[in-house]
Design a binder for this molecule. Structure first.
Ligand code: PLP
Length: 431
């Protein structure tokens, strides 16, 4: 399906967007520009680059040709105007908030988020004077009430890791826009193949490219994609983009760069000063991953659906939390926002509690017991003994990570082998 901004289908964009044969060698694959810096043509060009009066490369912390190809590719896949690639998903979230917030400001975030994001938002960001207010994104009245005068953004994750809850993006975007703030969506679990939040009203999208976009469990990375639609100058709430920047002789990013303001600021100020740039090698691996993304996602969701249906019928399984099953409270929302499939990460409950959960993950042979998602390989995790072990049992249950809960990231192996492995592991845990 072509995106509104691009006449090409997503499979074509996944292979081609942002890349062209290397102008000097003809290399068809994007080369890894493994260089820190770039020779200036002359002193005039050097000063115009430093003044942001012309576009070019200076130093890889701010921009690199391999990384630029990835940025253009993912911007095209999301239907966005521009993007900033970062060293990790967490760095992309950091960059987004750095651009929008000043000390003393706040943002409203959905309560159901990747655990690492909750920690980043509620502990580390507080040290910068950025306050995070957590709310249930299904309670639209509470969400609306939480957006106060100091609020600079609403942040949601859909589907949410690990439980797979899907956010009703359209009304949440309306609430953000009524309040004059952008909606940011962490779309790591969906990828642009399954959901494009910008088409549902979101203004910014963040990804941990570490997961499905790179897709092979071999390259950490993140990206912040901008729709280019938000009017940063409508109020004085976003001074980084609307007010004069002293480090660039009083330049105003929104006035000067229009719909590319946030993208240019993210490189020229964000990456320059926070330093969380993506390495060229990781950009290369992620570009390669993007090329097969549509094919992989098709198999990931097909396998996930079959595994979820198998588990729902299994006598050792108490419940399966997957929005692709009619039993899920998010089933209808998944059909609206993710008609091609509800992703490949979900949780289930095993009868026998904590001990049984541990036994299942230990008895698996094909599924790897580790803390990642979005790999070609099927992955399994027992959150209560690993990622969520610092929490009390009550907090674990509230986070969808109770003692009996197991998280799966279903890979692209033969689905019969994944099911057989889970079946023998459940039998081993029951005996
Ligand atoms: C992994 C993950 C992150 C953090 O990304 P890193 O690349 O590990 O920094 C953020 N959000 C979601 C949904 C994730 O799964």
């Amino acid at each position: 399906m072509p995106s509104p901004k691009n006449p090409y289908g997503i499979e074509t964009l996944a292979v081609h967007a942002g890349a062209s044969p290397d102008p000097t060698t003809g290399a068809r694959t994007t080369p890894i520009y493994q260089t820190t810096s770039y020779v200036f043509e002359d002193a005039d060009q050097a000063s115009s680059l430093f003044n942001l009066q012309s576009y070019g490369y200076v130093y890889t912390r701010i921009g690199n040709p391999t990384v630029s190809v990835l940025e253009e590719r993912i911007a095209a896949l999301e239907g966005g105007r521009g993007a900033i690639a970062t060293a990790s998903g967490h760095a992309a979230q950091m960059l987004a908030m750095f651009t929008l917030l000043s000390p003393g400001d706040e943002f409203v975030a959905a309560r159901r988020l990747y655990g690492g994001s909750i920690t980043q938002f509620t502990r580390t960001f507080r040290k910068f004077g950025w306050n995070c207010v957590l709310v249930d994104p299904d309670d639209l009245e509470a969400l609306r009430a939480a957006v106060g005068p100091k609020c600079k953004a609403i942040f949601v994750e859909s589907p949410a890791n690990p439980g797979g809850a899907i956010v009703d993006l359209e009304p949440v975007a309306d609430i953000a826009h009524d309040a004059g703030v952008p909606l940011i969506v962490d779309s790591t679990m969906a990828t642009p193949c399954l959901c494009r939040p910008l088409e549902w009203g979101a203004d910014l999208v963040v990804h941990s490219t570490t997961k499905f976009l790179s897709g092979h469990g071999n390259a950490l990375g993140g990206i912040l994609v901008d729709s280019g639609r938000f009017d940063w100058s409508a109020t004085d709430r976003f001074p980084s983009l609307s007010q004069p920047e002293a480090a660039y002789h009083g330049l105003r990013f929104h006035e000067t760069f229009g719909d590319l303001a946030l993208t240019v600021h993210g490189h020229a100020v964000g990456l320059r000063d926070l330093g969380a740039a993506m390495a060229p090698m990781n950009a290369f691996l992620t570009i390669t991953g993007c090329e097969t993304l549509p094919l992989r996602m098709e198999r990931h969701v097909q396998n996930a659906q079959a595994v979820a249906e198998f588990l729902e019928r299994h006598s050792s399984v108490s419940r399966v939390s997957y929005a692709g099953l009619p039993s899920s409270p998010y089933y209808e929302r998944a059909r609206k926002y993710m008609p091609k499939g509800a992703g490949a990460v979900f949780t289930f409950g095993v009868r026998g509690g904590y001990e049984a959960g541990l036994k299942v993950v230990e008895a698996c042979e094909i599924l790897s017991h580790l803390a990642n998602i979005g790999d070609t390989r099927s992955l399994i995790l027992h959150p209560a003994s690993t990622t969520h072990r610092q929490l009390t049992e009550e907090q674990q249950i509230a986070a969808g990570a109770g003692p009996d809960v197991i998280r799966l990231s279903v890979g692209i192996e033969s689905v019969d082998d994944i099911i057989r492995d889970l079946d023998q592991a459940l039998a081993a845990a029951a005996s």
